[in-house]
Write a protein that binds this ligand. Structure first.
Ligand SMILES: NC(=O)CCC(=O)C(=O)O
Length: 272
């Protein structure tokens, strides 16, 4: 299974519309891949919170969903189009950070609204609503488990994705350069604990005064880094074997030893 991660640069000097056209052409050029992955909020920029409202679009039917549908069809690939700012129902409906998965015939097959919002009461955490649904996307080659950026810090989501059959954990992101060590470490941890491939596709560039990490990464179910991008815009193409997930889980069956329903801890007595 050939996967291509498109690490897109999101800079202030390019309009959202130009970037959409540029990225659509890049996706169209990926014929031959089985799955193409884009990063989080590559339209407006993950940290450009002041653009969320103006850049919000309906799903389906918004300009990014339409352009990505056409590009997936053009290339004949499964496309995880990263995420967009979705405008929920109604004129002033809530905003969501929503990932879109298209089939090679251009149909929008799966959406995932980011569950954990970043910002500690500011930015995304203040402006967007949280998703509540754990989403897997069964492709003919393998089942994808969907998560977005900050979700990477919450292993309990990945347990649920594994339970739902995920073999490839696909994580679009807009991760800052400042915390790049966390990105790589957490991505490898999620691969090892889930015994699954991790496809983590970040943005490059600088917007809203935040330098993005780039360093998109593909990790196998044993935790081995198969490919890692540099800091700039880049296409990362890797051949995977989805059967390795089942083989790893059978050969080293740690998931079998999980204790479900762990006992509730008894609070320690305070100082007397
Ligand atoms: N867009 C994000 O979710 C950023 C997450 C982040 O910066 C972090 O977890 O650190």
């Amino acid at each position: 299974m050939r996967v291509s991660l498109l690490q897109i640069a999101v800079n202030n000097n390019e309009t959202v519309e130009s970037r959409r056209v540029r990225v659509a052409a890049l996706v169209s050029a990926q014929a031959g891949a089985d799955l193409v992955v884009l990063p989080e909020l590559w339209t407006v920029g993950a940290f450009a919170a002041d653009l969320y409202d103006a850049g919000a679009e309906p799903v389906p039917g918004g300009p990014t969903a339409e352009a990505m549908s056409a590009a997936a069809l053009d290339a004949g690939v499964w496309l995880h189009a990263g995420s967009v700012v979705e405008r929920g129902a109604g004129q002033d409906g809530p905003l969501y950070n929503t990932s879109l998965v298209f089939s090679p015939d251009g149909e929008l097959r799966h959406t995932y609204r980011k569950i954990h919002r970043f910002g500690f009461d500011r930015g995304e955490a203040a402006l967007m609503a949280a998703g509540h649904e754990v989403v897997t996307a069964p492709l003919p080659q393998a089942t994808l488990g969907l998560a977005t950026c900050y979700d990477l810090r919450f292993p309990e989501l990945f347990r649920l994705l594994v339970d739902a059959g995920a073999q490839l954990l696909v994580i679009p992101a807009g991760w800052p350069a400042r915390r790049r060590e966390h990105w790589t470490l957490l991505a490898r941890a999620r691969a090892v604990e889930s015994q699954a491939y991790v496809l983590a596709c970040g943005t490059a560039g600088t917007h809203a005064d935040v330098e993005l990490a780039g360093h998109s990464i593909v990790i196998d179910p044993w935790g081995v880094v198969l490919a890692e991008a540099g800091p700039g815009e880049e296409v990362l193409t890797v051949d995977l074997d989805p059967a390795l997930v089942g083989k790893t889980r059978a050969d080293f069956p740690v998931l079998r030893d999980r204790v479900l329903g762990m006992p509730t801890p008894t609070p320690a007595a305070g100082p007397s």
